[in-house]
Design a protein around this ligand. Structure first.
Ligand SMILES: Nc1ncnc2c1ncn2[C@@H]1O[C@H](COP(=O)(O)OP(=O)(O)OP(=O)(O)O)[C@@H](O)[C@H]1O
Length: 317
């Protein structure tokens, strides 16, 4: 699955623009970015529920998607068992249901009512529903919501084992700007456009992190941090690191790693989190620079000028 310069426009405003990335078989890609930065919108283009208004999405014929949405439109006043949840939108035999629930560690909860599940059990039930479709691409919109820290680690472990056993591509949306799975191959930071991308930091090597959360957390989670040197205010103006506010980005913004490209510097209409930057490939590749995040992770920065080219390679799902 590959997004090429994909953008969605609503009510005269680009929600996201110039989004380029691909997810290959067995690859874990994590989208991060502030609220409203277009993570869900980009994921919806990837799975085909939203069509791009510009650019395109390429998928192989017969491509199947499993999707765990951020919110589920279910009437929670109605009693609903886990087993019934599994068959709301797909036909599965009892044996298939038992097998897929077992595979996510909740085989014993088939008869339980969904509204009584813990946060972690509920996420597992949703995961089971998504993987029952035998997807080529599994898209998980905030898989650890409502889950405590130990539960997060267990869920990330489960996601990794699904990737390893099913071999599907996995697109994760992390609404926590700073934490991504260590197994993530590529982190894509959105801010209305691709801000930057790269491998997650090796937090497992950070003694502070280990001390804080324990060695198990260090093996599973990584802090991917980078620094935005200016912020786009809701009224379209720009607040810089030194606290000054200007109508536009400074000339030269966008040529170092810790930066969010804005619309003003690139001649796009509108205000806020609009912008249009293409970035290609993994950390070290492509036409753009190769920098390091605060914690030493390689980060490829989106180039200031749009570049074109094909991302998709053999092995895409
Ligand atoms: N159908 C729509 N019509 C108009 N605006 C929309 C529509 N869907 C989303 N938006 C807007 O598009 C922007 C991006 O939304 P999106 O849900 O993709 O962000 P997100 O990065 O997933 O955010 P969050 O972390 O808050 O979930 C937001 O400003 C949102 O209000």
């Amino acid at each position: 699955m590959t997004l090429l310069g994909a953008g969605v426009r609503r009510n005269g405003r680009w929600l996201v623009r110039g989004v380029d990335f691909s997810v290959r078989r067995g690859e874990i890609v994590t989208l991060i970015g502030p609220n409203g930065s277009g993570k869900s919108t980009s994921a919806k283009m990837a799975i085909g529920v939203l069509s791009p208004d510009e650019g395109r999405v390429e998928r192989q014929p017969g491509f199947r998607v499993g999707y765990v949405p951020q919110k589920l439109a279910v009437d929670w006043t109605m009693p609903l068992t886990v087993k019934r949840l599994m068959t709301l939108t797909m036909r599965l035999s009892d044996k298939e249901i038992a097998a897929v629930l077992d595979s996510v560690g909740i085989g014993h909860l088939a008869g339980a009512e969904v509204q009584h599940l813990s946060g972690g059990e509920f996420q597992r039930a949703l995961l089971a529903r998504a993987i029952a479709r035998k997807p080529d691409l599994l898209v998980l919109d905030e898989p650890v919501q409502g889950v405590d820290f130990a539960g997060e680690i267990a869920l990330y472990d489960l996601i990794t084992s699904i990737r390893n056993s099913a071999g599907c591509g996995i697109l994760l949306i992390s609404h926590d700007l700073h934490v991504v799975m260590a197994e993530t191959d590529t982190v894509i930071c959105l801010n209305g456009h691709v801000c930057c991308r790269g491998t997650p930091a090796a937090v497992s090597r950070s003694p502070e992190y280990m001390r804080l959360f324990g060695a198990a957390a260090g093996r599973t989670l990584a802090v991917y941090s980078h620094h935005h040197d200016h912020t786009h205010l809701p009224d379209g103006r720009v607040r810089h690191e030194d606290g000054t506010i200007t109508d536009h980005c400074h000339a030269g913004d966008g040529h170092h790693h810790d930066h969010v490209h804005g619309p003003e510097g690139h001649g796009h209409e509108g205000h806020g989190h609009e912008g249009h930057v293409h970035a290609h490939g993994h950390a070290a590749g492509g036409n753009h620079g190769h920098h390091h995040a605060d914690n030493g992770a390689p980060v490829a920065h989106a180039p200031a000028a749009p570049v074109s080219g094909r991302i998709g390679e053999k092995g895409d799902v």
